[in-house]
Design a protein around this ligand. Structure first.
Ligand SMILES: [Fe+2]
Length: 327
C-alpha cells in the first residue's frame, strides 16, 4: 500500500489531521480508504495537502467518505470549466458590492465580505449531510480563511451550568439565512443583504422550520455541542423572552469557547469536515478581493433532526431551490 503522511493540525488542537500523499495511484486502495475513514471519524477534520487541484479529484476524494448528496436543483451555479456534477461553485466577485454596501459586514470595525459566523450546514433540513469537502479555487490574498471548531472539544470547555440547562432541548432553524435577520450571537453589523439572498426569503415563508438538538451524543459516547445562532429562531417550545435569553447565552458561550482552527488555503488543499460534529465559519475578506470556493456534499444523516410539521424532506415541496452558502 502506498503510504501517506499523517500529522496533527498546526497549533494546539485536539481534533483534525493533515494528510499528505493521496494521489490517483492510491485513491482506490481499499486499505487506504478504510484508514482515511477511520481518521475522519476520530479527528473530525482532514486537511488533504498537495492534491491535484481539479474538480474530478475533489469528487473522487469525496466519494471515499460516502456517496455525494444529490443537489436538489440545477440552478445552483456550475461554471463551464472543469466543474464536475456534484460540485457547488461559490464565487464572490468584487463587483457584487455596490455603493449601497449591501452584503458587507463590519466585524471588529473592519468592512468585509464572505463573513459567516459559526454554523453547520443544512440546519434548515431535517437531515444533516455527513460532511462537506472544500477546495479554494481563488483565495483572497489576505484573510478569507475557513474556520473549523470541534463540538466535542466545545462540550468539554462549555459552562457546565449552561449545559445542564440546554441538554435535551432543540434549537429551531429556518431557511432565512440573511445575516440582517440573525437574532442571536451577533458579532457584526450589516446594512443590507445581497439581492442573491431574496429567493431564500420567499421560500422561508412556506418551508417548515427544522429542529436539531443543541447537544447530542456520538456513537463513541462523546457529547457534542452543536448549535448556532446563524439562521436560528430560538429554542423549541421556549419562544419567549426567557427562552430567547437562554439561547443568546448559549450563542455567546459558543463564540467565547469555540477554539477554531482557521485554514489558510493553498490551491492544492482539500478539506473535509464532519458536519455532525464540527462547526465552521468564514473569516471575511476585503470587498475588493475575489473569492471562489468549490464544495461537494456527502450524504448521510445523524437521525436527530426533524421538521416542525412532522414531514420528511422528501414530502416537503420546495418551490424555490435553497442557496448553498459559502464556506
Ligand atoms: Fe457552511
Amino acid at each position: 500500500m502506498t503510504s501517506i503522511r499523517i500529522r496533527n493540525l498546526p497549533g494546539d488542537f485536539n481534533f483534525g489531521a493533515r494528510v499528505d500523499g493521496v494521489t490517483w495511484d492510491n485513491l482506490y486502495d481499499e486499505d487506504l480508504r478504510a484508514q482515511l475513514n477511520q481518521l475522519f471519524e476520530d479527528r473530525g477534520v482532514i486537511i488533504f495537502e498537495n492534491m491535484e487541484p481539479s474538480s474530478k479529484m475533489q469528487v473522487e476524494l469525496s466519494k471515499v467518505f460516502g456517496p455525494l448528496k444529490d443537489h436538489p436543483t440545477k440552478t445552483v451555479p456550475r461554471a463551464a470549466d472543469d466543474i464536475e456534477e456534484g460540485v457547488i461553485d461559490m464565487h464572490r466577485l468584487p463587483e457584487e458590492v455596490d455603493e449601497s454596501l449591501h452584503g458587507v459586514t463590519v466585524v471588529n470595525g473592519e468592512p468585509q465580505v464572505a463573513f459567516i459566523p459559526w454554523h453547520f450546514d443544512h440546519t434548515y433540513n431535517d437531515e444533516l449531510n455527513r460532511a462537506g469537502v472544500l477546495r479554494s479555487v481563488v483565495s483572497a490574498p489576505e484573510r478569507g480563511r475557513t474556520g473549523f471548531a470541534d463540538g466535542v472539544e466545545l462540550y468539554k470547555d462549555f459552562d457546565p451550568d449552561l449545559l445542564a440547562r440546554i441538554e435535551g432541548l432543540n434549537a429551531i432553524y429556518t431557511l432565512d439565512t440573511r445575516l440582517t435577520q440573525q437574532r442571536f450571537g451577533r458579532t457584526f453589523e450589516i446594512k443590507g443583504d445581497l439581492p442573491m439572498m431574496a429567493p431564500t426569503v420567499l421560500e422561508a415563508a412556506i418551508f417548515p422550520r427544522a429542529m436539531h438538538p443543541m447537544v447530542w451524543t456520538r456513537d463513541s459516547g462523546e457529547k457534542v455541542v452543536h448549535v448556532s445562532g446563524f439562521s436560528a429562531a430560538g429554542i423549541e417550545h421556549h419562544e419567549d423572552p426567557e427562552g430567547d435569553a437562554l439561547f443568546e447565552e448559549v450563542c455567546q458561550e459558543v463564540i467565547r469557547k469555540a477554539h477554531g482552527y482557521f485554514h489558510d488555503w493553498k490551491p492544492t488543499d482539500m478539506v473535509i469536515w464532519d458536519n455532525w460534529r464540527v462547526m465552521h465559519s468564514v473569516e471575511g475578506c476585503d470587498p475588493k478581493y475575489e473569492r471562489r470556493m468549490h464544495r461537494t456534499t456527502i450524504k448521510g444523516d445523524y437521525g436527530l433532526g426533524y421538521f416542525e410539521d412532522g414531514k420528511k424532506i422528501g414530502e416537503v415541496n420546495r418551490a424555490i431551490a435553497p442557496l448553498d452558502l459559502p464556506a
